[in-house]
Design a protein. Sequence first.
Length: 288
Amino acid sequence: MTPAVEERCGQCLAGPVSLAAGAFESGDRWCALGDSITEGGYYHRYVELFYQTRFPRRKLDVVDCGIRGDTAPRAAQRVQWDCLWAKPNVVSVMLGMNDVGWNLIRLPAPELVPFTRELNQELLQVRGLAPGDYALSIDGKTIRTIGAAQWAEGINLAVEPDAPQLRQSLTVHAALQQKWKAQGALRGIAFIEHNVWPEANRPLAAGLVADELDAGLQKIAGGNPGWRAQLKKNYLEAKPREAELKRELETAVAAARQAAQTKPHEFVLRRVVSRPGRPSESAPLQRR
């Protein structure tokens, strides 16, 4: 951090602040407080999936506390009922992304963050092989055939499309998508109630006054009657299912954690002999 940035941060935050953060530990509960970027899951979902697939024994709870269009004062107004109720030990805040200027962001994320090189490595190396080509199979499925020199350098199993690691990760992702679907409906409820009844005690009952809802939606949607009607429809359908949606979310998290648990695989490395009439040589490489 440059001195100028340090000075500016110190003025804004009333004192020197360490921006370094360590890895999440098992048992952590992270509440992500923010606006539409947070509500839509444009960063914390990736972190959640990363931890589920890379550290399946760490129990990390991720709670979406984003509400579209929110500001710092309004987020502070709801922090107690929308964030601290979950008793988090980690809270992040991201607000004002629309003020950054999207025209300044031109490079795709993989070019900005070397994700595969630094965060997505499962290197398999085999040294001491005689010259020649060798085929790797995992659980009976051929993954890659390359030469001995390349095996000595190693291959990254994390990006092999036919490896069971990727298929398992996709299963975890599918379970988390069910969580995020339920979570999205719950955030839709929070968005309406935060804007229509900002001062009301929480939790709010399902049988709310219709004219209050209509008046509040008029403030949100203004002269867009189609959006106003859709917001009302979504809210009236989701609110009676609020408890059910929370159960669906919990069930999906449990399914994702179960799918992420490590499994044994059989690795077989077979020398590929190109000379006709000579059978290939096979031997188990590794079991895990």
